[in-house]
Ligand binder design. Structure first.
Ligand SMILES: *Cc1c(COP(=O)(O)O)cnc(C)c1O
Ligand SMILES: [Zn+2]
Length: 376
């Protein structure tokens, strides 16, 4: 298949079913060999599978036709500028998680697993449960009790997941998964090295969608467990290596001010978890993000940065986007538009820059918070 799993810290090669480096506990990433690049071509397949020549998959593709989401020019809110939103809320289960889950589940099946597990603030569990249903395997989901939006829990339940409600935060739920999962069950949290391979396709789609208007200059991504921003960055780097784009965008990560360990680490150079993460944006209410090293590397390498917004700012952005653009996204997703609104106000975005806010989830995922935003 022309790839290997490498540790991002010590660069040693790991076995295909590893989650982290056996030598230094570092995160793993998929690296392709030269042939994978030299023989690259698009495939005649739906959604993300169009790019499957750069996937770590054999013949198996578990798919609900994820990907191929629309890009909207946000010209009512920001007139005369190149500000866009990529609406990932239109994926099969309503979030970008489907891109990575399709690839992760395909690997689980290829490896022969009959059970899969994740801890989740909601969207990962909804997505994993749907793809498990499609693949015919049993999904187990650990969620922090009382801390996930009801529609996401309902999705996981109706797709047939066994739900384990845990005390404490998402971070506690994730610890439980790693502490108690038996070797017969495949872990599909974002630490899984195959999920980013599906998520990177967002970069490929953006490159095509903005090709005729000068390419992508800036990508703004909400940061929770911190995997998506580096997955997208990896996608751009691979497209550049293929010669399909000339320039690389800067990557801007946005955290909620009450759950901001990556933002603080970006400024100080020292990572410290936030013990009691607190924000209305439940999808990014994470105090100890597993992929913080990758996220900070993506921001630095791309000459971008990590910033933060308040709950009031993200609620305003959520409401404004719905009211003026007809796009209804999740609170976590609205952080990106809030950050861009502030940059526009401070004249930090050039008029001809193509900026893309990644709207990671659908507004229907959290109607209660949306109702608050509308009356805010
Ligand atoms: C998972 C999720 C995020 C955070 O993505 P990470 O890869 O964990 O940083 C942001 N928004 C939504 C809607 C999500 O479901
Ligand atoms: Zn290592």
């Amino acid at each position: 298949m022309g790839f290997s799993l490498k540790c991002i810290e010590c660069h040693s090669t790991e076995s295909e079913q590893a989650y982290t480096c056996s030598k230094c506990k570092g995160l793993l990433e998929v690296l392709y060999d030269k042939e994978a690049f030299s023989s690259y071509e698009l495939a005649q397949k739906p959604g993300i599978w169009k790019y499957s020549k750069l996937f770590p998959c054999g013949g198996i593709a578990i798919t609900l036709h994820e990907g191929n989401t629309p890009l909207y020019h946000i010209n009512n809110l920001f007139s005369g500028m190149g500000i866009h939103v990529k609406f990932e809320g239109l994926n099969p289960t309503g979030s970008f998680k489907d891109r990575g889950m399709a690839v992760g589940m395909s690997k689980a099946i290829e490896f022969g697993f009959k059970k899969v597990v994740c801890a989740s603030t909601g969207n990962t569990s909804a997505s994993m449960a749907a793809y498990a249903a499609k693949a015919g395997v049993m999904p187990f989901v650990y969620v922090p009790k009382g801390k996930i939006a009801l529609p996401k829990l309902a999705q996981a339940l109706v797709y047939g997941a066994k739900i384990v409600q845990t005390e404490g935060t998402f971070d506690d739920a994730l610890r439980k998964v790693f502490g108690s999962t038996k070797p017969d069950t495949y872990i599909l949290n974002s630490i899984n090295p195959y999920r980013p391979e599906g998520q990177k396709t967002l970069a490929f789609e953006l490159s095509e969608q903005l090709e005729e208007s000068g390419g992508v200059d800036t990508v703004v991504v909400p940061v929770g467990n911190a995997a998506n921003i580096s997955a997208i960055w990896k996608g751009f780097k691979e497209y550049k290596q293929l010669g399909l784009v000339k320039k690389l965008p800067r990557m801007i990560g946005v955290q909620a001010a009450g759950a901001n360990p990556v933002y603080k680490a970006f400024l100080s150079g020292k990572f410290e978890p936030v013990a009691n993460p607190d924000t209305i944006a439940s999808a990014i209410r994470i105090g100890n993000p597993v992929s913080h090293v990758k996220a900070i590397a993506a921001a630095k390498e791309s000459k971008g940065f990590i910033t933060q917004v308040s709950d009031a700012e993200l609620l305003n952005a959520l409401a404004a986007l719905a009211k003026h653009e007809g796009v209804f996204c999740e609170p976590a997703s609205a952080t990106t538009v809030a950050a861009v609104a502030r940059m526009v106000q401070n004249n930090e975005i050039a008029k001809d820059d193509n900026v893309v806010c990644v709207l990671t989830g659908n507004g229907l995922k959290d109607p209660e918070t949306a109702a608050k935003a509308a009356t805010h």
